[in-house]
Design a protein around this ligand. Sequence first.
Ligand code: TEU
Ligand code: CA
Length: 556
Amino acid sequence: MTKKWWHDKVVYQIYPKSFYDPNGDGIGDIPGIICKLDYLRELGVDILWLSPCYQSPLADQGYDISDYYAIDPRFGTMEDMERLIAEAKKRGMYILMDLVVNHCSDEHEWFRRACEDPDGKYGDFFYLRKKEEGKLPTNWRSYFGGPVWEDLPGTDRQYLHVFHKKQPDLNWENPELREEVYKNINWWLDKGLGGFRIDAIMNIKKALPLRDYEPDREDGLSSISNMLQDADGIGRFLGEMRDRTFKKYDAFSVGEIFNEKPEDLPDLIGENGYFSSMFDFNETTFGESPKGWYDAAPITPDDYKRCCFEAQARIGDIGFLSNIIENHDRPRGVSHFIPEGECCTESKKLLAALNFMLRGIPFIYQGQELGMENTVFSSIDEVDDISTHDEYRTALDAGLTPEEALKAVSRFSRDNARTPMQWSAEKNAGFTKGTPWLRVNPNYTSINAAAQMADPDSVRSFYKRLIALRKDPAYKETVVYGLLEPVWEERHNLMAYYRRGEKTLLVIGNQQKETQEVTLPCGHTKVLINNYPDMEEHDGTIRLKAYQVLVLEMCQ
Ligand code: TEU
Ligand code: CA
């Protein structure tokens, strides 16, 4: 495998709106990120991925862009963005922006011009169809609920939106549109970005001609995934985008890719793949139901282990996955993956180490390093996220009571990850001096960065140690490139694997509160990571405490 500059990096995802708000309008901003660069440098992360901060009506919190060349004034100015890139560079850090080009905003100039003249140049930037009385062009269900077709204002057409109706899909079949996208990417790369995280990219290729699919709910509509399975030929677009943009800059690109076929992995992230990396969503999507969030199955520690190993086996030596515990679309990982009632400092550290030591590029979502947890919603009115509102309606339609529906969607709500970053025990968790746009999680008085920075046993201090191990010249080659080999796979609530490179490391995690023993196949020379002050060992047998996790250097 050809070595790349991003292989040994650690990425930190920032959700700008909820990160830090120095000017007190309740909305996090780019100057706020600059204020916290030293905090991030101290943690040890190298690459910062910013969720969108382009000009946007924020119908989907910035994933609806109305000008790709402007920063939304609520987040700052273009000068702030340039300053952020420069200040990060001074600290040896890279900035990634979010590339959202499956769709734009209905307030983008292209869309306005399409409304003015649907038969003109910009009409063909979108998927427009003649409106027919009583019949939609296709029966696809939008990701955010309801049909994907909406009337194009002032015309006799309808336009396609696989996400929200304020997010019209762009027509990638049109070469002029593609040119606009590449121009935009290169414009940003010229500003000195390290690369992009690429949003919802597998949706850019539609199965043509557009047609109906088998309805899969009572609403008579069909999930977008049914259409996507039928869509061939995305490689032509992705390869062209790579060659025209990322490749020329040796930029890092990480694709948000769902439902890929195993045989496509080499094309996606292999040598000269379309992307540098792609997320492993195997764990986060486990248990999802086509019916909706209310019907999702919980994930057990054994499922978690299986999902990780499956993803690792599938990718093998083909390329580098990007490993996540959570992101801005998911509940907090510690609340989701740790069995109910057992979320504590030890179990949080265990989850951190088991994920961080996998082969691939570790991503940390803001607050994950503190073990931030899901919040509590006492009413659906406290929820901002459009996806949660849609899933709530779906649950009610399925016959759940309002209380049951709220409980069901609270487990998955994207707002769990979007509550303000917990900086300190001061008012509003030190996030803002004004009124935060989304309520702060009330547990900030005990879970916050200030307290954890002062505590060598905090979750954050543990993350720092994991990051330091990845960068330690003695272990780096093994942690970054070492092959992963599962061990004791059939044992219940035990996840263990070797990383074999220049050295041999053994990662062992006891995923339960009851102790359990493992007998090592050979001796070890060093305990590199331990979430307890000690390790109980007799004659090569280790007695693991509740949620104990270890990284051992083994005798060769
Ligand atoms: O998410 C893409 C995606 O597939 C979503 O449907 C995801 O499964 C959903 O958010 C779960 O509720 C990306 C972004 O990460 C997300 O924030 C955006 O809302 C979406 O694209 C549209 O841009
Ligand atoms: Ca602000």
